[in-house]
Design a binder for this molecule. Structure first.
Ligand SMILES: [Zn+2]
Length: 247
């Protein structure tokens, strides 16, 4: 299973915010917003491509955005992934908003608060492992993980809890924003353990696939009955699944 995905962050791109988007991204099935993008931009993308959009807010998000269409506390039609773990058609997603606190204002957190965001998702990640055979496929955040693509100034330091999450729960992808790219030789992608850590500054179009599946003792709890999007597991069923199949 591949999901053709458009990840976005930090800058509004005119060729995306225009009627060209329909032809340019006609194959896109899923959009991920990694923060610091106007809500009206995300709404335009949702209505133009007519595909699901999951997002987290960046440190420059407004509590209320005033547009010609009226006030918005979030982009209409989008799913806020902050502190949430969701199963999107077999792709396991999770997200955390904001950056490290460096001034007054919303959507900024201490390292300790970021730990609490990450730890709040752990029970669902463990349940994913039991039911789906893996913890997580895609983690999105605004800030980068500690020590990966981050910068020494306080505003752009990485988040220690994200680094821990990626190392322990091994999503296949971690998309982040917040780190603006001005030079062509800036590193945009880093392999950290089994995770491709990707700076989605601007846009990034990719085919995503779920993380490798291990034995899933509670696989029978899956709402899809294991018939969709779990090709690897079906190719090499666990002893438990074999027992269930022959019963
Ligand atoms: Zn930012």
């Amino acid at each position: 299973m591949f999901v053709n995905t458009l990840a976005l962050s930090d800058v509004l791109l005119q060729f995306i915010y225009s009627p060209q988007i329909k032809a340019r991204f006609a194959e896109v099935q899923l959009v991920l917003g990694c923060g610091d993008l106007p809500y009206y931009y995300l709404e335009y993308i949702i209505s133009s491509l007519d595909v699901p959009l999951y997002f987290v807010r960046g440190n420059h998000a407004n509590l209320v955005e005033h547009t010609v269409a009226g006030p918005r506390k979030k982009p209409w039609g989008a799913v806020d992934l902050h502190r949430r773990v969701v199963n999107h058609q077999g792709l396991l997603l999770a997200g955390v908003e904001g950056s490290l606190r460096y001034r007054e204002g919303p959507f900024q957190y201490s390292q300790a608060e970021m730990w609490s965001h990450v730890l709040s998702m752990v029970p669902t990640l463990l349940l994913n492992r039991a039911v789906h055979g893996r913890y997580l496929d895609v983690f999105i955040s605004h800030a980068p993980p500690w020590g990966i693509h981050d910068q020494p100034d306080r505003a752009h330091q990485g988040i220690k809890a994200f680094r821990w999450l990626v190392r322990v729960f091994r999503p296949r992808y971690h998309f982040h924003g917040h780190i603006h790219i001005y030079k062509p030789d800036t590193v945009k992608e880093t392999l950290f353990h089994q995770t491709r850590v990707i700076n989605a500054y601007g846009y990034m179009e990719m085919h995503l696939e779920p993380a490798p599946v291990k034995n899933a003792p509670l696989a029978f709890l899956r709402r899809d009955g294991g018939s969709r999007g779990h090709v690897r597991e079906e190719a090499s069923p666990s002893p438990l699944n074999q027992g269930k199949g022959s019963a």
